[in-house]
Design a binder for this molecule. Structure first.
Ligand code: IPM
Ligand code: MG
Length: 370
């Protein structure tokens, strides 16, 4: 039996805030492709984040983490909200997501920042700076200061205390994510910008040396290096100079938010977090919108489902071996935008604002045409 006829096991973790709403709409898209691809998608669902804290006292249970490890892919909504803000760090909603990243060893986090022609005016930069923008930030996701040990707070006596985290990378951790960046760059603009703080940090100089060594294996891809602070500045100054940016966990967190805002459409940006490919080319994967749980608009049916729908598009491409279906879904989203469908977050003057469900309806309708 070929892989294409085996059921695809999708674990859905809606989470908090608008997570459940955007996931519910995306599942309508999943069902559509299930029919088109002739491949059964077995969807199971579990709690994560604040929802899991309320039910089980933990942001993710061992059972749910095991389900994620056994699944072909995880589709994640969003986590967090004021109700859980006073939890200790290890018991906050975010800890559920961090555990999944670590347990599943999802070291390569792909965060495209694409400026849709219809939304050029929504960017904080002038149109000529963002028109045609197509950056892919690849963020290392399982190491660095997010997970480094030791970490803690200690009492130094005399009323003074001290908090510390550890930034640490092994050569394996750097090499595998840099290699992923080069491999992916080959399928697009063939330019990799590796971002670090080699002028200040040991881990930065180490990162740069490894990126340079790996780069020698890819003579067809242009490698440049940039300090992280300069990169933040260059993203604002001349963002179209970038093709693929590869960087560590913390810099990637910050720079991907900056890049996202350039597009004027945080509600549209998907992401994929990928592990290493096994001998059959399958990899563990988690797909999630870049936006957060937006508790202020939760439950009102007005959230933008496109980032989650496009995250499923990345799942079609990277986990379901269906790049043509992924292209069609991308095209349908563009057509829906071109036809004027706007949720409140991307509403342009004079546009008719549609609900979460109506936006999904528009995408499903356009899928007929592409
Ligand atoms: C992100 C988020 C997370 C991070 C939070 C929710 C833990 O900001 O995915 O960028 O810091 O990695
Ligand atoms: Mg972030």
């Amino acid at each position: 039996m070929g892989a294409a006829s085996e059921p695809f096991r999708l674990l859905v973790l809606p989470g908090d805030g608008i997570g459940p709403e955007v996931i519910a709409e995306t599942l309508r898209v999943v069902r559509r492709f299930e029919g088109e691809l002739g491949r059964t998608v077995e969807v199971s669902e579990a709690l994560v984040g604040g929802a899991a804290i309320d039910a089980h006292g933990l942001p993710i249970t061992d059972e749910t983490a095991a389900l994620a490890l056994a699944a072909d892919a995880v589709l994640f909504g969003a986590v967090g909200g004021e109700a859980w803000d006073r939890q200790p760090i290890a018991l906050r909603p975010e800890a559920g997501l961090l555990r999944l990243r670590k347990d599943m060893d999802l070291f390569a986090n792909l965060r495209p920042a694409l400026c849709y022609p219809e939304l050029v005016a929504a960017s904080s930069l002038r149109p000529e700076f963002v028109e045609g923008l197509d950056i892919l930030i690849i963020r290392e996701l399982t190491a660095g200061v997010y997970f480094g040990e030791p970490r803690g707070v200690e009492d130094l006596g005399g009323g003074v205390s001290r908090a510390y985290d550890t930034q640490a990378y092994t050569s394996v951790e750097v090499e595998r994510v840099v290699r992923a960046a080069f491999d992916i760059a080959r399928g697009r603009g063939r330019r990799v910008c590796s971002v670090d703080k080699a002028n200040v940090m040991q881990t930065g100089a180490f990162w740069r040396a490894i990126a340079t060594r790996v780069g020698a294996d890819y003579p067809d891809v242009e490698l440049s290096h940039m300090y992280a602070d300069n990169c933040a500045m260059q993203l604002m100054r001349r963002p179209k100079q970038f093709d693929v940016v590869v960087t560590d966990n913390l810099f990637g967190d910050i720079l991907s938010d900056a890049a996202a805002m350039l597009t004027g459409s945080l509600g549209l940006l998907p992401s994929a977090s990928l592990g290493a490919a096994d001998s059959q080319g399958r990899r563990k994967a988690l797909y999630e919108p870049v936006h957060g749980s937006a508790p202020d608009i939760a439950g009102r049916g007005i959230a933008n489902p496109l980032a989650t729908i496009l995250s499923f598009g990345m799942c079609l491409r990277h986990s379901m071996d269906a790049p043509q279906a992924a292209d069609r879904l991308d095209a349908a989203v563009r057509r829906a935008l071109a036809a004027g469908a706007r949720t409140a977050d991307i509403a342009t003057p004079g546009a008719t604002v549609v609900s979460t469900t109506a936006m999904t309806d528009a995408v499903l309708r356009e899928l007929e045409a592409v």
